[in-house]
Design a protein around this ligand. Structure first.
Ligand code: ADE
Length: 236
């Protein structure tokens, strides 16, 4: 899978992707991340990529031309006939979730577009963007952190990125519930013992206990998810 990131701050992307599990997947050749500086495509003699907004109002807007030329350059270098999804990171997008992470993980190429200032000229967005994606209802200073968040969540859904011991199969959100609590050695820590059922070796009881814990935890911490879960299981 190949990620391409259109940004004014490529060093932000490069600094984050070469570490940890993403870095290992890049080394193994399962993933690649290419950050492309939109400023390299400006035709302005002072290297500017932003300008005032028509109609007035505070703040500057990223101009259409450098964004479009950057996109064309990335696209023409892709060795595929499929036109890639172009994901614009914006608080005005659909809120990113685990289901989207899985869906995006099936793509070969994804181009992320990171905005800055007050946003990007609407005309280029209309021409190139296929998906408007937000990482939550708050406003950040740019799209780089959101793009990194999405790339991280998508990557771990790509086969081979996680090792067996880090498997993404049974975990929070997989069935719409939060994950149950987990314990490791020692058996007693600060007078607190590991729940007895986990020491029993009784597999069916362990599965049942974990499911109950998932339900309880989801109800307490994420009542919104709990309601959805109950509603969808009532229908069955
Ligand atoms: N850019 C600024 N804020 C954002 C957010 N919440 N999600 C995605 N992109 C953004």
């Amino acid at each position: 899978m190949r990620f391409h990131v259109m940004t004014l701050f490529p060093e932000m992307i490069d600094a984050a992707v070469n570490t940890s599990i993403l870095g290992r997947a890049i080394e193994k050749g399962i993933l690649s991340v290419q950050s492309v500086n939109i400023r390299d495509y400006t035709l302005d003699k002072h290297n500017r990529v932003d300008d005032y907004t028509y109609g007035g109002g505070a703040g500057m807007l990223m101009q259409a031309q450098p964004v479009y030329d950057c996109y064309l350059d990335i696209s023409k270098k892709l060795d595929t006939d499929k036109s890639p999804r172009v994901v614009y990171m914006t608080p005005q997008g659909s809120v990113f979730d685990q289901k989207m992470a899985k869906e995006f993980a099936a793509e070969e190429d994804i181009i992320f577009l990171c905005g800055h200032y007050e946003g990007i000229d609407e005309r280029v967005l209309e021409k190139i963007v296929t998906d408007y994606v937000s990482i939550g209802d708050y406003v950040l200073t740019g799209g780089e952190l959101p793009a990194l968040v999405c790339m991280d969540a998508i990557s771990r859904m790509v086969p081979g990125v996680l090792g067996n011991s880090e498997s993404g199969e049974t975990e929070s959100f997989d069935d719409g519930l939060l994950e149950y609590p987990q314990y490791s050695r020692p058996e007693v820590w600060m007078d607190e013992a590991v729940p007895e059922v986990l020491m029993s070796g009784h597999h069916a009881n362990i599965i049942k206990w974990r499911h109950e814990q998932s339900l309880k935890r989801t109800k307490e911490r994420r009542p919104d998810l709990y309601e959805k879960y109950v509603a969808s299981h009532d229908k069955l």
